[in-house]
Design a protein around this ligand. Structure first.
Ligand code: HGY
Ligand code: MN
Ligand code: MN
Length: 409
């Protein structure tokens, strides 16, 4: 839906309408779940490719299925490029703005761009959340050249290997290295994203400038005990895998102190019958902190605690480190541009860290990064109640456009 009125307010309305259209692309009826590589993600990517084409961009998919649009200035091939974007995949039962807002605001800024001394590329990354394979940032890690090829063998809950999912999605597992973006012409990467927290609402501000992105560890822990009859095995003789997992879950919560957050979001029990003592319990552990040493110390403590719990209960335990991403600082030079643009747009400047992970953390391997947070209602995210206002989206479009203007001078 190309818009002739390119005012931030008009484009903000288009962004919200497009977010609604993308939200209809779901794997599950009645709620928004769009993991890596199902037809729902293909449909969402096709919509974005169409809008990119309408905006005068050359649009394509890369080897892992990211959608990439490139806008060239009227004068032809530019010597440098600014990267914008965010992700198009979602968590389960997700909100419609986490990721998608950044792609759509970037697209809106291109729609109002008339001239610039550089090109602009907009990325809609195919997998940032890592819901299907447990590893976050599949899309941006391919672009940044940090993709871990060992992950190609990981299997999803249905036993589908990642390499097969990529091929079925139309990508090419053998061409992932070639999809790495050169860094020579890059001005940097700027990502617009909902805050997913309460600070901007508390400050009564539409946008904020991000200082850094917390590091995160993802692990899978499996306790293995002995299945048995729920009615006949005496409590003292049990080797119950789920009770051990429950002990670790409360230990994870107890370890989250001094700015550290830790979460168990997944728990699978086998064989999974009410009258069978659990033989195996597999849980995810997610640990975050802005300070890498604090995060790594907490992971080491929890790993030791899992071993002690298993030992005290006569069980086996396996702790598999799935992924570790260090904390990343945003580029001071790009932050200065964002802060000036926020001030020029008439908003008070506030700086805030990101507890959530973002593709920008991975894109920092290519060069300078910066992020603009947009207020979201109640700070709610990873939840269908996720919401933004058209007014705040208009400010985000205005500020991001001003950043492009400032970088062009
Ligand atoms: O988990 C995160 O921080 C992000 O939503 N991927
Ligand atoms: Mn998310
Ligand atoms: Mn996100």
């Amino acid at each position: 839906m190309p818009t002739t009125d390119v005012s931030p307010a008009a484009l903000a309305a288009a962004v919200l309408d497009r977010a609604d259209r993308l939200a209809a692309c779901s794997e599950e009826p009645g709620r928004l779940t769009r993991r890596f590589a199902p037809p729902a993600l293909a449909a969402a990517g096709d919509l974005v490719l169409g809008w990119m084409g309408d905006a005068g961009m050359t649009a394509r998919r890369d080897a892992i299925g990211n959608v990439v649009g490139r806008w060239e200035p009227p004068g032809g091939a530019a010597a440098s490029t600014l990267l914008l974007g965010s992700h198009l995949d979602t968590v389960r039962d997700a909100g419609r703005y986490d990721g998608m807002l950044g792609v759509l605001v970037a697209l809106a800024c291109v729609e109002r761009l008339r001239d610039a001394p550089f090109a602009v590329e907009v990325f809609g990354f195919a997998d940032e959340e890592g819901v299907r394979y447990g590893t976050a940032y599949l899309g941006s890690s391919v672009v940044a050249g940090t993709f871990d090829r060992d992950a190609l063998g990981r299997r999803d809950a249905d036993g589908v290997a990642m390499a097969d999912a990529i091929a079925a999605f139309g990508g090419d597992p053998a061409a992932l290295d070639g999809a790495r973006r050169d860094r020579e012409d890059l001005l940097g990467y700027v990502e617009v994203h909902i805050e997913q927290g309460p600070v901007l609402e508390a400050e009564d501000l539409p946008v904020g400038v991000v200082t850094g992105i917390a590091g995160q560890n993802r692990a899978e822990v499996t306790f293995a005990g002995v299945p048995g009859h729920a009615g006949t095995v005496p409590m003292a003789l049990r080797r119950d895998a789920l009770v051990a997992a429950a002990e670790l879950v409360t230990a994870v919560e107890a370890r989250a102190t001094d700015g550290l957050v830790a979460t168990v979001g997944e728990l699978r029990v086998e064989p999974g019958a009410s009258n069978v003592i659990p033989a195996r319990a597999r849980l995810s552990v997610d640990v975050r902190h802005l300070d890498d040493a604090a995060r790594e110390a907490a992971v080491a403590d929890l790993r030791e605690r899992a071993r002690a719990i298993a030992s005290s209960r006569g069980l086996d335990v396996a702790w598999t480190a799935v992924q570790a991403t260090g904390a990343v600082a945003c580029s001071p030079a790009l932050m200065t541009e964002l802060e000036a643009a926020v001030a020029d747009a008439g908003a008070r400047v506030v700086r805030l860290p990101s507890g959530a992970g973002h593709d920008a953390a991975v894109m920092s391997n290519l060069g300078d990064i910066a992020m603009l947070f947009v207020r979201c209602a109640g700070g709610i995210s990873h939840n269908p109640a996720e919401a933004v206002t058209a007014q705040d989206v208009a400010v985000a479009i205005d500020v991001t456009s001003r950043v492009l203007d400032r970088l062009g001078r």
